[in-house]
Design a protein around this ligand. Structure first.
Ligand SMILES: *[C@@H]1O[C@H](CO)[C@@H](O)[C@H](O)[C@H]1NC(C)=O
Ligand SMILES: *[C@@H]1O[C@H](CO)[C@@H](O)[C@H](O)[C@H]1NC(C)=O
Ligand SMILES: *[C@@H]1O[C@H](CO)[C@@H](O)[C@H](O)[C@H]1NC(C)=O
Ligand SMILES: *[C@@H]1O[C@H](CO)[C@@H](O)[C@H](O)[C@H]1NC(C)=O
Ligand SMILES: *[C@@H]1O[C@H](CO)[C@@H](O)[C@H](O)[C@H]1NC(C)=O
Ligand SMILES: *[C@@H]1O[C@H](CO)[C@@H](O)[C@H](O)[C@H]1NC(C)=O
Ligand SMILES: *[C@@H]1O[C@H](CO)[C@@H](O)[C@H](O)[C@H]1NC(C)=O
Ligand SMILES: *[C@@H]1O[C@H](CO)[C@@H](O)[C@H](O)[C@H]1NC(C)=O
Ligand SMILES: *[C@@H]1O[C@H](CO)[C@@H](O)[C@H](O)[C@H]1NC(C)=O
Length: 838
């Protein structure tokens, strides 16, 4: 349980005069309910708790190293004894009211605990946290080709030392099996420890940052306890649901200070999902071990002293794209090597400066038409592209009157024109996920939202300054990337349509190497929509390119489905090609040029993999991905892909299709019952969202009805589930979180990190990842972290040292949830990144 939280309340109750001697069960129950109440009542209270929680823990750790273990497991019998001596004292100070409740409530306590244990059992194998289980499962499973790693697996999960930490996990298992009494002892023991720490003098010293809120919220807490007890007394039949609704009532009476009401049903969601899988208990050893290590290292880290990055790119710094040292050392830039990723050896831990005059971004959908000039003060693009009706500076705003080069008179008309040319494209039904190459300011993708189409747009960071930054500021998905020497960071056969409107990519040269890369990511039967000048202009160069393209596409077995004449409105014509759905054409070619890829070439391998001059065979086995078109949108969103077989084991340990379905429902519940209401987030201000560690895309799917888009990032050391995400009509990208992401600073409104930090910190510097999160987030952007408590505490300390606002913290057993909001704060001290100076 969220020990710290409950504790906190009791500390505040110390003024109460009632004394009592029995503590264990009572305390647990009351605190539990108080915790629930807190969550249902007020955002202020959680903030305060969040402030105190880790600090209490810290102080405990200092005083008594072993308690760490108990904290996470809550069940080390030895420690109960250690603590009982101190306990009555503390408890007596605190818990008169709770005691009243005891006589009537202890049976329900037990039942309730049983219930939560059932939850453990029933949801076993479906836990989001665990690295050990998951990745091992994956490995044993990788034969079936779905969950192959993109890269070598991180080693740190294995070989967990079996020392005292085993005791703690063993103890936990015991308590699950053993008597309820023992269990409740365990729980209350956890609370007692909190009292101890609360008692120490240090405690008050530690209360620095949250002290103001402490004042008001301690009052709240006192009231909370009273309410709680009432609820408890009335309610001894231990129906968890009823309790919750009662608490909600109580909450509504005492709504002061709250504008976000935590939904009544949210708690069980948080509980059972965070306790889900026995895998997480198995990793208790790992967690504890890490905790110790972290405390060693975090002694210095606690007051991490942030610095401001000094780089040539200034407020627009993208570490892997602005590495001038690496760029200067390139042997060639012929293939746009200088626009590719060149990450610094060590990811920076400094913070990117804020733009002067930065304003809160205009909200979608207005942002599609205009954005603050002060947020992206690049006149260059406006000057350069002004005549093409892309961008205009209009007072304080940049406006986007037309859309882009090829549709200056309306992107929607252009979009509909494409569908008229090839009705099979069927925007928003058959075609759902589009790749837009050389996207400009991404108007195409921006307007495709109106047709229920999701567009992954990309453009290099090049002389057309900050096209992608414009796109993101407009609330349109885009990444900085280039067709250079490496594969794009997407799996094979995932895009329904690939689009290029005069995207300035030389498709026809060098054996069509770049077009072959599009062929890799295009779904069999998918369309390539091309509307560049060679299609409709008769200049010599254009004619030559058209001829070369015709030969190349024929050799690639792409069928020219339509080549329109010039559209009267936008003055452009469109050529649409279709990738084959069988291998006949490939085999019948007189010349095997471009060649078919070797059998060993994995089309999904895309992280730092050089481009290959070859084509992958089209899958024909009906159980293989790519052999059939997915269901139409939106049916494909919730359907387990046809190529997920029951014989395969999913990421959470169930049969893959079942795993998928469970995950989907799980996220629907979590999002609707807690994320949307309980985290202190106003979702109508959220547009650009990233799931930093997506699995099946359940989080993104659950946000479907909001006006947001979600970039699903599948880390390279996680099971490769990205094809599943695309199959559902969502999109995403591979990434290594030990490096910086290819996006501009201040481009996301919300980042979701589900058990990401705990994994990343085993491989690389977590402070650098926090700095990266800070870089990507807009001021007032939100971060939701779910992770083990120890990691949560680290993250919380780090973000608080950047003066971020903690909106909600919650923890139960070893698992926690944190919701924070970025501030405008910037450090004073400067760190000069020599490699980033031009
Ligand atoms: C509650 O527990 C106490 C101590 O375990 C026991 O004496 C009491 O009878 C219990 N009350 C109920 C209602 O079960
Ligand atoms: C979570 O708990 C609810 C009831 O409290 C249950 O119906 C659901 O199956 C649980 N979810 C998981 C993933 O165990
Ligand atoms: C906290 O409350 C006490 C008494 O209620 C008051 O004297 C003190 O000024 C308050 N502190 C803050 C920061 O509000
Ligand atoms: C509480 O439990 C007692 C005995 O189990 C029962 O008589 C009483 O009706 C219950 N009260 C409520 C409100 O359920
Ligand atoms: C709290 O509730 C009362 C009545 O239930 C209502 O009048 C008041 O406006 C509420 N306050 C807030 C902050 O919601
Ligand atoms: C997890 O639970 C499953 C089924 O209950 C069991 O077979 C497996 O051994 C457990 N794993 C661990 C590590 O406890
Ligand atoms: C940034 O670095 C450059 C080059 O070393 C230096 O001239 C400049 O003063 C630095 N800026 C700040 C604010 O420290
Ligand atoms: C090709 O596109 C044009 C323009 O949209 C359309 O009028 C024509 O019917 C299309 N031809 C075919 C064969 O679909
Ligand atoms: C959420 O944001 C919208 C748009 O900025 C605003 O109109 C609304 O009042 C906000 N809601 C709350 C509860 O703050």
């Amino acid at each position: 349980m969220a020990l710290g939280k409950y504790t906190r309340i009791d500390n505040n109750r110390r003024s109460s005069s009632t004394y009592c001697s029995t503590v264990t069960i009572v305390v647990f129950v009351a605190l539990c309910l108080v915790g629930i109440w807190i969550m249902t009542s007020s955002s202020v209270v959680p903030v305060q708790n969040g402030d105190d929680n880790p600090q209490e823990k810290k102080s405990e750790v200092k005083e008594e190293g072993t308690q760490v273990i108990t904290e996470s497991s809550g069940s080390n019998a030895q420690q109960f004894e250690d603590n009982t001596g101190d306990l009555p004292d503390d408890a007596t100070k605190g818990d008169g009211n709770t005691n009243l409740a005891q006589g009537e409530s202890n049976s329900s306590t037990e039942e309730k605990q049983e219930k939560s244990q059932e939850v453990y059992a029933s949801s076993e194998g479906f836990k989001l946290s665990d690295g050990v289980k998951t990745s091992n499962d994956q490995e044993s499973n990788s034969d079936d080709g779905i969950f192959k790693k993109e890269e070598k697996q991180s080693d740190s999960d294995d070989g967990v030392p079996k020392t005292d930490t085993d005791e703690s996990s063993g103890g936990l298992r015991d308590s699950e099996e053993n008597s309820k009494q023992k269990k409740s002892d365990a729980e209350s023991d956890g609370d007692e420890k909190k009292f101890d720490s609360g008692d120490t003098e240090k405690k008050s010293d530690l209360d620095d940052s949250g002290s103001k809120q402490d004042n008001s919220s301690s009052q709240t807490n006192e009231e909370t306890v009273d309410t709680q007890v009432e609820v408890k007394v009335e309610q001894n039949d231990s129906n968890a649901l009823e309790k919750r609704s009662d608490e909600k009532d109580g909450n509504q009476e005492k709504n002061e200070s709250s504008n976000e009401v935590f939904p009544s049903a949210a708690l069980p969601e948080l509980l059972n999902e965070t306790v889900a899988q026995n895998g997480s208990f198995a990793t208790q050893a790992t967690e504890s071990k890490n905790e110790k290590e972290a405390h060693l290292s975090s002694n210095g880290q606690n007051g991490f002293s942030w610095k401001l990055c000094n780089s040539t790119a200034g407020p627009d710094y993208i570490p892997c794209l602005d590495n001038w040292q690496a760029i200067k050392n390139l042997h060639s830039t012929k293939h746009y090597e200088h626009r590719e990723r060149h990450c610094p050896q060590e990811p920076p831990t400094c913070l990117v400066p804020l733009l002067e005059g930065y304003k809160h971004s205009i909200e979608w959908p207005k942002s599609r038409e205009k954005i603050w000039y002060s947020n992206v003060p690049h006149t260059k693009l406006a000057e350069y592209k002004g005549h093409q009706n892309w961008v205009k500076v209009t007072g304080e705003y940049l406006t986007f009157p037309g859309g882009g080069t090829q549709f200056k008179h309306g992107a929607l008309h252009y979009i509909d024109f494409i569908q008229e040319s090839v009705p099979d494209i069927a925007w928003g039904k058959r075609s759902r996920v589009v790749l837009d190459v050389g996207c400009g300011v991404a108007s195409f993708g921006g307007f495709l939202f109106d047709r229920n189409v999701l567009t992954m747009s990309f453009a290099p960071k090049d002389e057309h300054e900050a096209q992608v930054q414009f796109a993101l500021e407009r609330g349109i998905p885009a990444i900085s990337a280039v067709m250079g020497t490496q594969r794009l960071p997407f799996p094979g056969k995932v895009f329904d349509v690939v689009h290029c409107a005069r995207c300035r990519v030389p498709w026809h040269i060098e054996g069509g190497k770049l077009l072959l890369e599009l062929n890799r990511v295009l779904r069999p039967g998918g369309f390539f929509v091309w509307s560049a000048t060679p299609i409709y202009q008769k200049l010599t160069e254009d004619v030559e390119i058209w001829r070369a393209m015709s030969e190349l596409t024929k050799a690639m077995c792409w069928k020219l489905v339509n080549k329109t004449s010039k559209d009267a409105v936008n003055g452009v014509a469109v050529a649409v090609y279709r990738k084959p759905t069988s291998n006949e054409c490939y085999e019948q070619r007189s010349q095997q040029e471009p060649p078919l890829c070797k059998q060993s070439d994995d089309p999904n391998a895309a992280w730092n993999v050089p481009l290959q001059d070859c084509m992958h065979k089209v899958p024909v086995d009906s159980s293989e991905r790519g052999s059939q078109w997915p269901e139409q949108w939106p049916a494909r969103l919730d359907k387990s892909p046809y190529w997920l077989m029951s014989s395969q084991v999913g990421v959470y340990g169930k049969a893959a299709p079942e795993d998928f379905t469970t995950d989907n429902e799980h996220w629907k519940r979590v999002v609707s019952k807690s994320y949307l209401k309980g985290l202190g987030i106003n979702w109508s201000t959220v547009r650009n969202v990233m799931d930093m560690r997506a699995v099946y895309g359940g989080f993104a799917a659950a946000l479907k009805d909001l006006n947001v888009w979600v970039m699903n990032v599948v880390p390279i050391d996680s099971p490769d589930t990205l094809p599943i995400i695309y199959e559902r009509g969502l999109f995403g990208i591979y990434h290594d979180w030990c490096e910086s992401f290819s996006t501009y600073p201040r481009s996301y409104d919300l980042l979701h990190a589900d058990h990401l930090f705990s994994k990343v910190k085993k491989r690389c510097n977590m402070v650098a990842l926090i700095a990266e999160v800070d870089r990507m987030l807009r001021p007032e952007g939100k971060l939701i972290v779910r992770d083990d408590v120890e990691t949560i505490n680290q993250v919380e300390n780090l973000v608080k040292s950047m003066q971020w606002e903690v909106r909600m913290t919650y923890s139960k057993d070893a698992e926690g949830l944190l919701s924070v909001q970025k501030s405008l704060w910037r450090p004073k001290e400067v760190e000069t990144l020599t490699y980033a100076l031009a």
